[in-house]
Design a protein around this ligand. Structure first.
Ligand SMILES: C[S@@+](CC[C@H](N)C(=O)[O-])C[C@H]1O[C@@H](n2cnc3c(N)ncnc32)[C@H](O)[C@@H]1O
Length: 189
């Protein structure tokens, strides 16, 4: 029997493997996709907001889930539609706009208030620390926030500032979710 490759080699494979599950690329690694779908199942997420859609590979997966199982409602936001395939560019689940525009923040706030609970906001735009600070206050108690790209664009300093500014956000299982590059919080009060 062939011995399996050591874990660091398997991890390296997961970091270089192309990720385009239904042919549309996503800026996630496979283990990010696994972690996001694990969160949806474990936390019983009913409303998923993606800030930063890019090519839309993750949106496509979530829209397929919404259509197939109907246990989540997906909403994506991006200010640049140029990379989106036609099927997503004109999909009403995706709004084109600046996520720091107060009109968009209000739109997300309204859809969270009206949507199934809990909601999860996935911060994956160009300024993730600012997104975390902007979107944490519009969450309901029990909703979740996830930031992509720890420790690169979301650094230890970002996390310390976030903890000081919004102490009502409780970080969940930091060894696992920071380890996957996707720190996760639940709004507690
Ligand atoms: C890292 S990509 C998103 C990747 C996507 N979530 C995925 O899983 O494939 C970042 C996206 O954020 C968008 N973006 C950056 N700043 C933005 C802003 N202020 N408002 C809206 N979209 C923004 C960019 O156009 C880009 O498509």
């Amino acid at each position: 029997m062939t011995e399996p490759a050591p874990l660091p080699d398997l991890w390296a494979f997961l970091q270089r493997a192309k990720v385009a599950p239904f042919g549309i690329p996503t800026a996630q690694h496979w283990y990010h996709i696994a972690a996001i779908f694990h969160m949806i199942d474990e936390l019983h997420v009913q409303t998923f907001v993606e800030l930063g859609v890019y090519y839309g590979g993750l949106s496509d997966l979530l829209i397929r889930r919404e259509r197939t199982v109907k246990d989540i409602a997906y909403f994506g936001f991006d200010w640049d539609p140029q990379y989106l395939p036609i099927s997503l560019r004109y999909n009403p689940a995706i709004t084109i706009g600046d996520v720091f525009d107060t009109v968009i923040v209000e739109q997300v706030s309204n859809l969270i208030q009206a949507g199934g609970s809990p909601a999860l906001v996935f911060c994956d735009d160009g300024d993730k620390p600012r997104e975390m600070m902007t979107y944490a206050p519009i969450l309901r108690v029990g909703d979740y926030l996830v930031a992509h790209d720890y420790p690169e664009t979301v650094t230890d300093e970002t996390l310390a500032e976030f903890a000081a500014e919004v102490p009502y956000m409780l970080e969940i299982d930091p060894p696992i979710y920071r380890g996957l590059g996707l720190p996760l919080w639940r709004r507690n009060t």
